[in-house]
Design a protein around this ligand. Structure first.
Ligand code: CP
Length: 324
């Protein structure tokens, strides 16, 4: 593949190759000099039309660890405010010699349009589009689950067959939920969505997962519980249930966490709204992998860039072995 637009585009073998390559990349981060020469002479632009902390910075870290030249573009402060279109912005950047574009955009489908319109030749990586997809988030979540539930070495070549993952909260607005349902299904996991009926999308019955309205029943059967942020910025004024009711029924506090099996993980893609979907005690507990997910995001993004910009498994093994 030349682009990464949707987690649904990945086969089981594609996904396992990315997870295994990310394990190799994680070894680079463990070394005193955290760099590979792999993308020397290649240029990557981070094209962010929406705010981001984790995704933008971890893509930049990944690009720099692979020795790429990095251009950071944020819509705020650019000629987008003067009415310049996505097409003209992308072509302006490509005219400066860009090999890959990492794009976050508020409009679902913007990365697909960029990749398939013929506007530019560069590889396109979706860093989150509207309520649609966030494939590298799903990959870093799967990487975190595989490491914790299967093992770092034991996990190589493995998928998540038979693991039970519960995704809780504002599914309606969540590209993280959509990407995770697609990827976890491909990797053999059983996914249950738990949400108030008002925060589930039309057509969710056709997704490859179960749906429940009762978190307390689902928690004891979970190997990982992924809490979603309530995306107030994407809602109109009619937010139902109320914040208090939402926290009471769908928030994860210490009492609820105690219902989970001892080995089960608490996950959150960030940013967390403490006191809403997760209490501070749970967010700061040993079982919460939110910070570990951020670390793993750098390895996953290195793997994706490496594989899309011309790497292959054999070359990666040779290069990392040579540099050990
Ligand atoms: N998880 C995630 O996408 O976070 P950011 O919005 O900070 O990139």
């Amino acid at each position: 593949q030349r682009h990464l637009i949707s987690a649904a585009d990945l086969s089981r073998d594609d996904a396992v190759l990315i997870l295994d390559t990310a394990e190799e990349m994680a070894r680079v981060a463990d070394r005193p000099i955290k760099k590979l020469p792999t993308l020397r002479g290649r240029t990557v632009v981070n094209l962010f039309f929406e705010d981001s902390t984790r995704t933008r910075i971890s893509f930049e870290a990944a690009e720099k660890r692979l020795s790429a030249d990095v251009i950071n573009f944020t819509a705020k402060g650019s000629s987008v405010s003067k009415g310049e279109s996505l097409k003209d912005t992308a072509q302006t950047l490509e005219a400066m010699g860009v090999d890959a574009v990492v794009i976050r955009h508020g409009a679902s489908g913007a990365p697909y349009r960029l990749a398939n319109s013929g506007w530019i030749d560069a590889a396109v990586i979706n860093a989150g589009d509207g309520t649609h997809q966030h494939p590298t988030q799903a990959l870093l979540d799967a990487f975190t689950m595989r490491r914790r539930l299967v093992g770092r070495d034991a996990g190589l070549g493995q998928d998540l067959s038979g693991r039970r993952v519960t995704v809780v909260g504002d599914v309606l607005h969540s590209r993280v939920a959509r990407s995770n349902v697609d990827l976890l299904h491909t990797l053999g996991a059983e996914v249950t969505l738990v949400a108030p009926p008002t925060l589930l999308p039309v057509g969710v019955e056709s997704w490859p997962c179960e749906v429940s309205y009762d978190l307390d029943v689902t928690l004891p059967k979970s190997d990982a519980v992924m809490m979603l942020r309530v995306q107030r910025e994407r809602m109109n004024a009619a937010f139902f249930p109320t914040e208090r009711e939402y926290s009471r029924r769908y928030g994860l506090d210490s009492d609820r966490m105690a219902r989970m099996p001892e080995h089960a993980l608490v996950m959150h893609p960030g940013p967390m709204v403490r006191g809403m979907e997760i209490t501070a005690q749970v967010a700061d507990s040993e079982r919460c992998t939110a910070v570990e997910q951020v670390t793993n995001g750098v390895s996953i993004r290195m793997a994706v860039l490496y594989l899309l910009l011309g790497g292959n498994e054999t070359a990666l093994t040779a290069r990392t072995t040579e540099e050990k």
